[in-house]
Design a protein around this ligand. Sequence first.
Ligand SMILES: O=P(O)(O)OC[C@H]1O[C@H](O[C@H]2O[C@H](CO)[C@@H](O)[C@H](O)[C@H]2O)[C@H](O)[C@@H](O)[C@@H]1O
Length: 275
Amino acid sequence: MDKSRWTARTLAAEAFPAAVRKDPGRTLLAFDFDGTLAHMNPDPEAVSLVEESASALEQLTGLGVDLALISGRPVDTLVRLGRLQERPAFSQATILGQYGIERLDLATGERRIPPIPVEIDRARPELAQLVADHPGAYLEDKGRALAVHVRRMPDPEAAQAALSEPVHQLAERHGLQVEPGRLVWEVRAASADKGDALRELIRQHQPRAVLMAGDDLGDLAAFAALAEAAKRGIYTCALVSDSQEQPELRRYADVLCDGPDGVAAWLQHLVSNLR
Ligand SMILES: O=P(O)(O)OC[C@H]1O[C@H](O[C@H]2O[C@H](CO)[C@@H](O)[C@H](O)[C@H]2O)[C@H](O)[C@@H](O)[C@@H]1O
C-alpha cells in the first residue's frame, strides 16, 4: 500500500475505516468512473478500470460492502468499458449512468432507461456541425446527452474558451443545459444530477457509512448530498481524485488522492484496515 499517494485531511477521513469495519454490510461505496476509477485518456473509448482498484473493491464487496457507480456515462458504456460483468466486485452493484437518469442493477439486470428527450435529437445536427468546424474537437453521442470534447485539440484550454459561447448558445436555443467537465461540455436535459443519484442510493441502502469518490465538477452535487447525510449522523467520506484540471475540488476532500492510482492506494489501505 502506497501511503504517499493519498492524504487523510479530516476527522471524518480518520473515522471512516473504523465505521466500515464495524458494519461492512451497512456501508455504501459510490464512485465516479472517469478520472476516479479510470485514468484520463484523449480517447473516451480507450479507458479501463484501474486493476488495483477493481481488486480492492472485490475484497470489500466480499465483506458485504455495497458498491455503486454514479457517472456521466451511459450505463451500457460503463458495463462495456469497465468490463463490469466479468468482475465479481460488481456482481451486485448498482450502476447509475447519465448523472443518475439511467439505472442498471447488475444483480437482477433490472434497467431504468428513460426515452431520449426530443430536444437532444433536435440539437444533434447543429452540434455536430459546430464540432466539424473545429478540427480536433470530438462529439461523443451518448444518446440522451452530447459531449463536446476538446482534449485532442492542439491547445485544449484555448479551444474550450473559444467554443464556450457557441456551445452555451446552442444549448439555450434548444432548451438544454450545459454540464462542464474536464475539457468537455455535456449538452443534456436538466433532469438529474449526481446528488439526486446518491440520495436515491442512500434511501435504498440505509447505510451507516457512505463514501463518494469523484474528480470533476459534476461530482460536487454528490458531495453536497454526502454532507446532508453527515448531518443525519451517517459516517461519510468525500474522496477526491485530484487533478490539475479541477483543483477546486480539493476543498471538498476528506481524503485527497493522487489521481486514480491514489484512489487505488487508499482502497487498498481500507482493505488492510478491515482484516
Ligand atoms: O462522471 P464520470 O464517470 O467522471 O464521466 C464524466 C465524463 O467522462 C468522460 O470524459 C472524460 O474522460 C475522457 C476519457 O478519459 C476524457 O477524454 C475527457 O476529456 C474527460 O472529460 C466521458 O467521455 C463523458 O461522457 C463523461 O460524462
